[in-house]
Design a protein around this ligand. Structure first.
Ligand code: PHE
Length: 335
C-alpha cells in the first residue's frame, strides 16, 4: 500500500499540462469518484491496525498534493488566457471607441419626440418618386412656374420618375391610405438640383407635419408651432408668422423664431433682426384634400415643413452645411 501511494505521489508531482481538458482528465483520474486516490480510501479499511496511522497520513498527503496541483494549474491556465502579452495584468486595457449619432439624426429624433408627445405618428416613403406624389397631387398644375421653386432631378428618359424634392410626397401617400383624423410627421432625405455651397446642398433632410380632422383651424397651426418652438428652443421663445405662398397650402406662412442666441437683441446669426426663419406652413389647400379623396367640405388641415440641417446649424452653431455630408470624424465626434 505504501509503495502504491509513493508511486502515485511521483505521478502527481510530475504531472503538468497546457490545456484545461487534460487538467480535467487528470482531476477525474485521481480525485474523481472512481479515481485512483479515492480508491485508496476504500482500500484503507483492509490496512492492519498498527499501520493505519502512517498509511492514513500518507493518503491525506497525496490527496492534498493532487488538489493543490489542480488548483495551481487551473490558475495558471486562466492567467495565460486573459493576458495576450505575457502575464502582465497591470498593462492598461485597449481603448474601446464608441460611435455617436450623426447630428442630423439627433435633431430629427428630438423634433420627432416633441411632436409624438402631442399625438403625431411617424411616416416614411420612397425617395424615388413620381410626378403625382411630388407635384400634381399637391396642387402644382402642369407647367406652373411653382414647379421651378424646387429644382428637380428627373430621369432623362422618363420625366415621371424623379427624386423627391420634399417629403410632402409621403403625406400624399398617407392621405391616400388613411382616413382622417391624420396626425403624422414625415422625416426624410430630399434632393434638389442646387449648387453646393455653405448654405445649400443638393441633398438635405426635411421633417414635415400634417394634421387633418374636422374643425382644424389656423389657430391650431399657430399654437402647435408655438408649442414646438418653446419645447425645442426654450420656454422664452416667441414665433412670428409672415404671409407666404405654397401651391399646397392656402393661406400659407413662413415662421420665424426669436433668435435663441441673442434673445432677440440682434446678433450676426440672426443678421441683427432678432428673428430666425425656420419653417413654412399653411392650411392644406382643399384641392390637395380632394386629390386624395378627402372631403374638403367636412375636413380641414394644416401642414408645415422644415429643413433639419438648418435647425441643426442653429442648434449647434454650425456655419457650413457641407460638414453634415463629409463624414469627417473630427466633426462627427463632437456630438
Ligand atoms: N414642402 C415645403 C417645402 O419643401 C415645405 C412646406 C410644407 C410648406 C408644408 C408648407 C407646408 O418647401
Amino acid at each position: 500500500m505504501i509503495d502504491k501511494i509513493k508511486s502515485l505521489l511521483n505521478e502527481v508531482e510530475a504531472f503538468t499540462t497546457q490545456t484545461t481538458d487534460e487538467l480535467e482528465a487528470f482531476r477525474i483520474a485521481y480525485l474523481g469518484k472512481k479515481g485512483k486516490i479515492t480508491a485508496l480510501f476504500s482500500d484503507f479499511k483492509n490496512v492492519a491496525n498498527e499501520e493505519k496511522k502512517l498509511v492514513g497520513q500518507e493518503i491525506n498527503k497525496l490527496k492534498n498534493l493532487a488538489q493543490d496541483k489542480v488548483e495551481f494549474l487551473k490558475s495558471q491556465l486562466v492567467t495565460q488566457r486573459t493576458s495576450s502579452v505575457g502575464n502582465d495584468l497591470t498593462l492598461p486595457g485597449e481603448p474601446v471607441f464608441k460611435g455617436s449619432r450623426h447630428p442630423i439624426s439627433l435633431v430629427k429624433n428630438e423634433i420627432s419626440e416633441i411632436f409624438k408627445r402631442i399625438g403625431f405618428t411617424i411616416s416614411e416613403g420612397p425617395e424615388i418618386e413620381d410626378d403625382w406624389h411630388v407635384f400634381s397631387a399637391l396642387n402644382f398644375p402642369e407647367e406652373h412656374p411653382a414647379r421651378d421653386m424646387q429644382d428637380t432631378f428627373f430621369i432623362e428618359t422618363n420625366p415621371d420618375v424623379l427624386l423627391r424634392t420634399h417629403t410632402s410626397s409621403v403625406q400624399v401617400r398617407v392621405m391616400d391610405h388613411q382616413k382622417p383624423p391624420i396626425r403624422t410627421l414625415s422625416p426624410g432625405r430630399v434632393f434638389r438640383n442646387e449648387a453646393i455651397s455653405a448654405r445649400a446642398h443638393c441633398i438635405f433632410h426635411q421633417i414635415e407635419g400634417l394634421y387633418i380632422d374636422k374643425n382644424v383651424s389656423f389657430a391650431d397651426l399657430k399654437q402647435t408651432l408655438l408649442y414646438f418652438a418653446k419645447e425645442y428652443f426654450g420656454e422664452q421663445t416667441e414665433i412670428r408668422l409672415r404671409p407666404s405662398y405654397f401651391p399646397f397650402t392656402e393661406p400659407s406662412a413662413e415662421v420665424d423664431v426669436s433668435c435663441s442666441l441673442c434673445g432677440g437683441e440682434g446678433c450676426n446669426v440672426c443678421k441683427y433682426t432678432g428673428w430666425l426663419e425656420i419653417l413654412g406652413c399653411g392650411m392644406v389647400d382643399p384641392n390637395v384634400l380632394e386629390a386624395s379623396g378627402i372631403d374638403s367640405s367636412v375636413f380641414t388641415g394644416f401642414a408645415f415643413g422644415m429643413g433639419i440641417e438648418r435647425i441643426a446649424m442653429l442648434k449647434y452653431g454650425i456655419k457650413d452645411l457641407r460638414l453634415f455630408f463629409e463624414n469627417d470624424q473630427r466633426f462627427l465626434e463632437q456630438f
